[in-house]
Design a protein around this ligand. Structure first.
Ligand code: PMP
Ligand code: GLN
Length: 384
């Protein structure tokens, strides 16, 4: 293994899901729903398979039906207008979109500012692209994790090429506010930075939070690569259909990298996701409300069990502080948790360069059936 990758080892998600299997624990670690997405979307995939649509290499940028549906989705929800032919690219999940964007846009030595804690593939992809990551830490403030705008500004240097943003944010559940996004946008314009924004949880925002795509802010449309995922929005994480929307030069750049990573993927599923994107508002509302009820169930259970619980404004994760339980090391806690309570969770420290800043935080996923969450909550009560 080369030096660029050696520090990353095995992704925490594989490690913790294996641990859950081995110990027979409830897996609230890796974020995947235990209920598949809509029946009619599954049927659409079966139809595509049966009708011979997508069983051979689809077009490099994605099938036209899906690119048109992605453009229509950005228009419908955000008033953003993208040309399906030149400004949309289908990828093998958001994961490939992130990798291809970073490989395409970075020169060796370029600095990338990423919000810390960051999704684990960001660090590995920045490294594979030869870039240098510069984490800006989200800090607990009145029950949620917030961005310190002065710290963000101070992190920009002459070597900074790109801001890597994620909202709604995994693992903290933070949804960046309009003011925070405006500050990011101003900085990007002022310092002429590109922005890659991972918005895979765009439809999972709760209470009074609102998802605002960075590309909608002044000066941002043409410097922003926006990433979405059918895995998250339609609960088909195994299909690996993701997408990029951006200006023509940026999409062309990302496609240049993508063509040599997977070339294409998910042929029949692309047709099904095209239909999913056109589902009526009722689907999106029901999806959000279902997850909201699950958030409330798990958050209340974790509180009862003695955790400090941060407010999840978006995503399907709850971040907790384990110090009220007399613990301070999230790694040790998560390693022992299957034995102690039959539950698996993720230590947020793996998403930090400044490991000590993330040490006491532990993430639980609530994209699970209510009875599974209820059982997990029962088990966790034994910790108190
Ligand atoms: N970004 C974030 C923030 C995620 O949480 C995930 C999924 N865990 C991904 C990207 C990857 O998405 P996909 O499964 O579509 O590759
Ligand atoms: N995004 C999911 C999470 O944060 C996991 C995806 C993966 O396993 N790579 O849990």
């Amino acid at each position: 293994l080369n030096r660029r990758l050696a520090e990353f080892g095995t992704t925490i998600f594989a490690e913790m899901s294996a641990l859950a299997l081995r110990t027979g624990s409830i897996n609230l670690g890796q974020g995947f729903p235990d209920t598949d997405g809509p029946e009619e979307v599954r049927e659409a995939a079966v139809r595509a398979l049966r009708d011979g649509r997508g069983n051979q290499y689809p077009p490099g940028p994605g099938v036209p039906e899906l690119r048109t549906a992605i453009a229509a989705h950005q228009q419908r929800w955000y008033g953003l207008s993208y040309d399906p032919d030149t400004e949309v690219l289908v990828t093998a999940g958001a994961t490939e979109a992130i990798a291809a964007a970073l490989l395409a846009l970075l020169e060796p030595g370029d600095e990338v500012i990423a919000l810390e804690p960051y999704y684990d593939s960001y660090a590995a992809c920045i490294a594979m692209a030869g870039g240098t990551r510069v984490p800006v830490t989200l800090r607990p403030h009145e029950g949620s994790f917030r961005l310190d705008l002065d710290e963000l500004r101070a992190a920009v240097t002459d070597r900074t090429r790109l801001l890597l943003v994620n909202t709604p944010h995994n693992p903290t559940g933070t949804v960046l506010t309009r003011a925070e996004l405006a500050a990011i946008a101003e900085l990007a314009v002022e310092r002429d930075l590109l922005v890659v924004t991972d918005e895979v949880y765009e439809h999972l925002v709760f209470d009074d939070a609102e998802h605002l795509p960075l590309a909608t802010l002044p000066g941002m449309r043409d410097r922003t690569v926006t990433i979405g995922s059918a895995g998250k929005t339609f609960s088909f994480t195994g299909w690996k259909v993701g997408w990029v929307t951006a200006s023509p030069p940026l999409v062309t750049a990302v496609r240049s990298a993508k063509q040599f990573l997977t070339y294409v993927s998910s042929g029949p599923f692309q047709y099904a996701v095209a239909e999913a994107l056109a589902l009526p508002d009722a689907y999106f509302t029901a999806f959000r409300e279902d997850m909201l009820a699950k958030r409330d169930l798990l958050a209340a259970g974790l509180k009862d069990a003695g955790f400090d619980v941060f407010r999840t404004a978006g995503t399907y994760f709850v971040t907790t502080d384990i110090r009220p339980l007399g613990e301070s090391d999230g790694f040790a806690f998560c390693r022992a948790l299957p034995e102690r309570a039959g539950v698996v969770a993720i230590p947020n420290a793996v998403f930090y360069d400044h490991r000590e800043a993330g040490a006491p935080f532990v993430r639980f996923a609530f994209c699970k059936r209510v009875e599974v969450l209820a059982e997990a909550v029962q088990r966790l009560k034994t910790l108190a």
